[in-house]
Every structure is written in C-alpha cells, then in structure tokens.
Design a binder for this molecule. Structure first.
Ligand code: NDP
Ligand code: GDR
Length: 320
C-alpha cells in the first residue's frame, strides 16, 4: 500500500507516518519548499520516507505529487492550523485550509477516482456549540476564519463523496496533543513554560482565556482513527474525542502540580492572547467511532499532562 500524507512535517503527520510505516506502507510526504528545512518531527524516520515537493496553494504541484506517488490513500493533514493566525491572515487561511482541500480532491478525482481520501476536519467547526456533547449530526457554527475554512473543506469532502462516488471521509477530530505539539498551542505552551520555570529558566507564563473548555486527547491515539476510517467498507464521517471537557485553568493546574509548583504564583493574563471571540466549550461524543471503528481513546487527561510535562522537563534539562 502507498499513502500520500500532506502536512507530514506537522504533529499529526509525523505520528501518522510512523504508524503507516509500521503497517508496511510506502509513505510519501508532501512538503513545501522552505529556505530552512523543517523536518525535526520526522528526522528519526526520514530515511524510510519518500518526499514530493508541492504546495496546497499550487494545483499543478499537487497533481504532480499524486502522479509521482500513485497513492492508494491520501491523508490531507496540511493546513494553517493555528486559530489566532486565522484572524490575522483570513484569506491565506481560506486558501490553505479551505481551498487546499478542493485542490487535493480535484487532483485525486482526475488522477485516480478510486483513491481513498481522508480530510482532517476539526471540532472548531462546532464553534458556538448547538448541543452538548457534539456528534456527527450537530450543526456547525464556526467562530474563526480557521473554523469557517474547515467547514468548507468538510463539505467539499462530503460533496466529492456524494457527487463522484469517491471514498472520501472527514474525521472531525477534537483537540489532540503530544510532546510534538507546536509551541504556540496552549497545552504545549503551558507544559513547556512550567518546565522552564521549574528549571529556573523562566519566572512567569502569560496566557489568555483560562475559562475555555476543551476535549483534549492524545495525538497518537487519534492517528489510528484516521487510518481506521479508510479501512471501512463505506466512506463516512466520524467524531473523534475523549468525551471529557477540561478548562485551560485545569490544564495549567495539573501541569504545574506535576512539577510541585503553585501555578497561581507564575501565571498572568495577557489580553493580547484573548481572541476576538472564543469557542467556550467543546466536548465530543465518539460513540459512532467506538461502535463502527472499534476506536476508543486510551490516554486520560492526567496521563496526557504528565507525558507532556515530563517530556518538556527532560528535554530542557538535557539542553542545560
Ligand atoms: P500542524 O500545524 O502541526 O501541521 C500542519 C502541517 O501543514 C505542517 O506540516 C505544515 O507544513 C503543513 N502546511 C501548512 N501549509 C501548507 C501548504 N500551503 N502546503 C503544504 N503543506 C502545508 O498541525 P497538526 O498536525 O496539529 O494538525 C494536522 C491537521 O489536523 C491540520 O489540518 C489541522 O488543522 C487539523 N486538526 C488538528 C487538530 C489538533 O488538535 N491537532 C484537531 C482537529 C484538526 P510546514 O511544516 O511546512 O509548515
Ligand atoms: P484551539 O487550540 O484554538 O482549540 O485549536 P489552542 O491550544 O490554541 O487554544 C485552546 C484554548 O486555550 C485558550 N488559551 C490560549 N491559547 C493559546 N494558543 N495561547 C494562549 O496563551 C492561551 N490562553 C488561553 C484559547 O483561547 C482556546 O480557548 C486547536 C488547533 O489544533 C486547531 O488546528 C484544531 O482544529 C483545534 O484545536 C481542534
């Protein structure tokens, strides 16, 4: 089996590449040209991967990437994925995160309509939630240009499935984290900063809205669900989540507690991290995935915090 992964240099792409290699896939990563190589998350497996250079903004380059890799499965994980940046660059976000999906779908349709396609959709599509918990039937109400772009990508995936009979699935994944999470996302920002404080490398941490609640799972668990969706007899969409919501404050408390630190002494609010509008509460209902895919989250909230804090602490200590 051959797979083409867009966004292979990202958190999810790196775990998915490992997972597919373990399953014996030939894995092609679609990477965009950069003046500085950005392979740190896949350095340990780079010899086993094949790379094709392309950009989600460039239709022909995607066609070439598919021509070269001749994939059985395409995982479209590439996107501008940081919500605050989507207000600063709404048009570019629409291009990468929204239209990019159509470009990949169009290329796939023309090159090989039988290819299986996975779209990385997001719980951000639920935004100002219409019901609690959110499932596959919950209406969307996105609250950021990122969320709006994801809704577009989601419906294009559904549309290509229904119009062209393509095996196209959309995984509506709730927040998932890991030691490989980008530093600007709140979970990693907190665990990394707490570790720095413990080691005497920093004395404070500035955050925005501590009341927002998220359904945080472990990225490695979630990767398996992507693959499972493409192994079914029929293409469908699935919510992937833990079913538990915790506030940002709870994440902060648990992270500092792991290091025997009193978070109240170090955490300060910086209004610049507060968004024009926020998504107050996300909590998913994955019973469909549980029933049909046999998928279930394995890592609890406290285990996830511990994995990330320990990783950051050990990493920073080694650099000293
Ligand atoms: P990351 O931000 O870690 O990775 C994003 C990837 O997209 C990077 O490899 C990046 O490449 C690539 N990319 C960005 N723009 C382009 C472009 N124009 N052309 C080609 N590649 C591009 O995201 P995650 O791994 O966390 O998330 C993977 C996907 O899942 C994203 O689509 C995200 O929106 C979605 N998602 C993530 C969730 C999460 O909690 N992590 C939850 C739900 C959905 P480069 O290294 O060159 O920047
Ligand atoms: P999110 O993740 O927007 O849910 O999108 P993020 O970690 O950025 O924010 C989560 C919540 O924390 C609050 N917050 C802060 N966030 C950041 N980044 N920095 C801060 O200092 C801070 N202080 C408080 C935010 O307001 C928010 O409520 C992630 C991304 O991976 C998306 O790509 C993905 O689609 C969704 O998860 C599901």
């Amino acid at each position: 089996m051959r797979a083409l992964v867009t966004g292979i240099t990202g958190q999810d792409g790196s775990y998915l590449a490992e997972f597919l290699l373990d399953k014996g896939y030939e894995v092609y990563g679609m990477v965009r040209r950069s003046s500085v190589e950005n392979f740190n998350r896949i350095e340990h497996i780079r010899d086993k991967l094949k790379f094709v250079q392309a950009d989600l903004l460039d239709q022909l380059s995607i066609i070439d990437a598919i021509k070269e890799s001749r994939p059985d499965e395409i995982y479209n994980l590439g996107a501008m994925s940081f919500v605050p940046t989507s207000w600063k660059q709404p048009v570019l976000t629409g291009e990468f995160t929204g239209l990019g999906v159509t470009r990949v779908l169009e290329a796939a349709r023309h090159m090989n309509k039988n290819v299986k396609f996975y779209q990385a959709s997001s719980s951000e599509m639920f935004g100002k939630v219409r019901e609690i918990p959110q499932n596959e039937k919950t209406p969307f109400y996105p609250r950021s240009p990122y969320g709006v772009a994801k809704v577009y990508g989601h419906y294009m995936t559904v549309n290509y499935r229904e119009s062209y009979d393509m095996f196209a699935c959309s995984g509506i994944l709730f927040n998932h984290e890991s030691p490989r999470r980008g530093l600007e996302f709140v979970t990693k920002k907190v665990t990394y900063s707490a570790a720095k404080i413990k080691l005497g490398l920093a004395d404070s941490l500035y955050l925005g809205n501590l009341d927002a609640k998220r359904d945080w799972g472990y990225a490695e668990d979630y990767i398996e669900a992507m693959w499972l969706m493409l192994q079914q007899d029929t293409p469908e969409d699935y919510v992937i989540s833990t079913g538990e919501a915790h506030s940002v404050e709870e994440w902060v408390k648990a992270s500092f507690q792991c290091l025997d630190l009193d978070w109240g002494k170090y955490v300060k609010i910086d209004k610049s991290f507060i968004r024009p509008v926020d998504v107050d509460l996300l909590v998913g209902d994955s019973s469909k995935a549980e029933k049909k895919l046999g998928w279930k989250t394995k890592v609890s909230f406290n285990e996830l915090v511990k994995i990330m804090v320990e990783y950051d602490y050990n990493y920073l200590k080694k650099q000293m």
